[in-house]
Design a protein around this ligand. Structure first.
Ligand code: RB5
Length: 141
């Protein structure tokens, strides 16, 4: 599966670890940032959101310090459902109930090991459809 991944400076180290850990399983397209120099998270959130929308088979990972900036920005795009996740249970539900197409991680508040477990849960879970699809159909304004 193709995964568009992006971070700001606060998430760049975790982004590298994730690419290392899951590189054998997913095809990553890294939308930056590539260094710890200070950058603006919306620039990367928009890039990942635009690519996920353009390539309907793909999913996204966004990482910033708290995850909030990335989630708030990505969710401005209609049909992007970016879910801020910090535990495997929340991540599984973000896929099962919300059919999230971008998972957002808070790099400053999650260990790499928990981030890996959270991603594993997200990418292993299946959308349940049914009443959850009806609710998703009501999201866009
Ligand atoms: C950067 O210092 C920090 O503001 C950013 O990573 C993120 O947490 C914003 O929501």
């Amino acid at each position: 599966m193709k995964i568009y991944i992006g971070s700001d400076h606060a998430g760049v180290d975790l982004k590298s670890l994730i690419k290392e850990r899951f590189g054998g399983r997913f095809e990553f397209e890294d939308m930056g940032t590539l260094t710890t120099d200070s950058v603006d998270y919306p620039d990367f959130a928009h890039k990942v959101a635009e690519n996920v929308l353009a390539d309907g088979e793909s999913q996204g990972i966004l990482i910033c310090g708290t995850g909030n900036g990335m989630a708030i920005t990505a969710n401005k795009h209609a049909d992007i459902r970016a879910a801020l996740c910090w535990s495997p249970d929340i991540a599984a539900l973000a896929k099962q109930h919300n059919n999230a197409n971008i998972i957002v991680l808070p790099a400053r508040f999650i260990s790499p090991e928990t981030a890996f477990e959270t991603l594993e849960a997200f990418f292993s879970a299946q959308f349940e459809g049914g009443r959850h699809q009806r609710r998703i159909d009501k999201i866009n304004i």
